[in-house]
Write a protein that binds this ligand. Structure first.
Ligand code: GLN
Length: 540
């Protein structure tokens, strides 16, 4: 019988529910259990693909092309649970399915209602993951308890124990215990209130995880236990981690969370295996080198807009015992200020994906600076397209070269709309999405980094390298070294006569884990380290 763990959040948003859910998943896997991870998002968008990164942070793409919430990135970085479309549902998707059924006449004669029709559909989406061989399904509920839009989801998870047995379900509630400096005290009242709200709905949490800035101690957790009707040992504090998010699982183990879950769900689990993980944390805490990487983007002041990029840089750093200092450069700043002044001293430049014209000229200047100064350059998706445009303009002297995304009437559309995209008007879920095979050229930097010529990576784009210019680029020194298996789409370009200039049409940042950094990120950081070591020491 598959067990269910539901993770809800209270008091405030951005508590790190995704991280905590992912950590629980990781700990259970390391106890030999098979886990599936899932996120339910109460907003009405069918998926986050149409939302601005300002609204929702990065859009995380899965192998099957699903555009999902960025918490799924945490799931993939912490666990080996395979994710697909069933791993992320929104209110929009749930309603869409129910309304389509209604139109087909499947409820003929009936009144279609939130309870039971919407809630049944939510339950179906959760239960879908509970297949033979899966020990635990972890379902994280987005938003905060008390949100109006979250109610149908809470009602659905309240009902699941009635369907599958109380003993097979566990409710984990994550809350905030703020520390009031003036009172010199941790405050438990907001936690009490949010649990009260849950209990009004009919959900009694089994485990409370209390996020705190500083340890709160037994006195407070015992008080929370009493007021919230939770066992004392099941009130666990999760203190902010100083070094890295990858320490979160270890903090939970210290408080016995894995054992508690195993016991409460009567799971037959193996002893916890964490040796290699302790090694990883040791490397994270004790870096021997340091490099500075400029990430040049449009949403640079938003913490989560390039989440997987920052994580992947860190992973590569872990491998090389290197602390990565990210210099976040607002692309438009490069248009206003001297490029040299902004980028001087960085050991690598990365331009991530993006959409729209704003900041593109700044990104192109960053590419030019890295190319001319022989500083390692890593272009991802739009960052690859900018590299192609820059090269066309400044090396091939095609002065008005551009992407047709930004100048439909350019004489030299070196980046143009994918053929399969012609005539597509709808915006949601219509890009070239998900995992695609790509073949690399022998001897290329990419092939050496991957250690294989046959790779698969995730995509999310509408535009591509224009094949009409292929020979001209090769002649001028920018070489397409990775293509779709039929040779038609260019997926990777490199400048062989540069210390490290690799630009990819896909998103390698969705395939990196702390213990298995993505080979291109690892190669990029290695090149940055090399540059740093060759540089004359700068006077401080
Ligand atoms: N806007 C570009 C395109 O659609 C790049 C997309 C991206 O960077 N994800 O092709």
């Amino acid at each position: 019988m598959t067990r269910h763990i539901f993770v809800t959040g209270g008091v405030v948003s951005s508590l790190g529910k995704g991280l905590t859910s992912a950590s629980i998943g990781m700990l259970l896997e390391r106890r030999g259990l098979t886990v599936r991870m899932q996120k339910l998002d109460p907003y009405i968008n069918v998926d986050p693909g149409t939302m601005s990164p300002y609204q929702h942070g990065e859009v995380y793409v899965l192998d099957d092309g699903a555009e999902t919430d960025l918490d799924l990135g945490h799931y993939e970085r912490f666990t080996s649970s395979p994710l697909n479309r069933d791993s992320n549902y929104t209110t929009g998707q749930i309603y869409q399915t129910v309304i389509e059924k209604e139109r087909r006449g499947e409820y003929l004669g009936g009144t279609v209602q939130v309870v039971p029709h919407i809630t049944d559909e939510i339950k179906r989406c959760i239960r879908k993951l509970a297949v033979p061989g899966v020990d635990v399904v972890i379902t994280e509920l987005g938003g905060t308890v008390g949100d109006i839009e979250g109610l149908p989801f809470l009602e659905a998870i309240r009902q699941i124990p009635l369907d599958v047995g109380k003993e097979n379900c566990l409710f984990v509630h994550l809350t905030l215990v703020p520390y009031l400096k003036a009172a010199r005290e941790a405050k438990t009242k907001p936690t009490q209130h949010s649990v009260q709200q849950l209990r009004e709905i009919g959900i009694q949490p089994d485990i409370l995880i209390c996020r705190t800035e500083r340890p709160i101690g037994r006195e407070h957790t015992d008080k929370i236990a009493l007021f919230c009707n939770v066992e004392k040992r099941a009130v666990i504090e999760e203190v902010d981690k100083e070094f890295s998010i990858y320490e979160v699982p270890l903090g939970l183990v210290e408080h016995g969370l894995d054992e508690l879950i195993v016991e409460k769900l009567s799971l037959s689990a193996a002893p916890l295996e964490l040796d290699d993980y302790h090694d990883l944390i040791h490397r994270i805490r004790n870096p021997r080198h340091e490099v500075t990487i400029a990430v040049v983007g449009k949403y640079i002041d938003h913490r989560d807009a390039y989440k997987s990029i920052y994580e992947s840089l860190d992973h590569a750093g872990f491998q090389h015992s290197t602390r990565i200092i990210v210099k976040r450069v607002e692309a438009e700043e490069l248009e206003r200020q001297d490029t040299d002044a902004l980028l001087n001293g960085v050991d690598g430049v990365l331009v991530p994906g993006g959409f729209g014209m704003r900041g593109v000229d700044g990104k192109i200047q960053a590419v030019r600076w890295a190319r001319e100064n022989r500083v390692p350059y890593f272009g991802i998706c739009l960052g690859m397209q900018c590299a192609v445009v820059e090269f066309a303009r400044n090396v091939m002297h095609l002065d008005d070269a551009n992407s047709s995304e930004f100048a439909a009437d350019t004489q030299h559309p070196v980046i143009c709309l994918l053929e399969e995209q012609q005539g597509i008007d709808e915006k949601g879920g219509t890009m070239r999405l998900g995992a695609q095979r790509c073949l690399l050229a022998e001897g290329s930097r990419s092939a050496m980094a991957y250690g294989t010529l046959d790779i698969s990576e995730r995509h999310r784009h509408r535009y591509e390298f224009n094949p009409d210019y292929r020979e001209q680029f090769i002649h001028a020194g920018m070489v397409p070294v990775g293509t779709s298996p039929d040779g038609t789409l260019v997926e990777v370009v490199e400048i062989p006569d540069h210390p490290w200039f690799v630009a990819v049409q896909y998103h390698p940042e969705f395939r990196s884990q702390p213990n298995h950094p993505h080979p291109l990120f690892a190669g990029f950081i290695e090149a940055a380290l090399k540059l740093r070591s060759e540089r004359p020491r700068q006077l401080v």
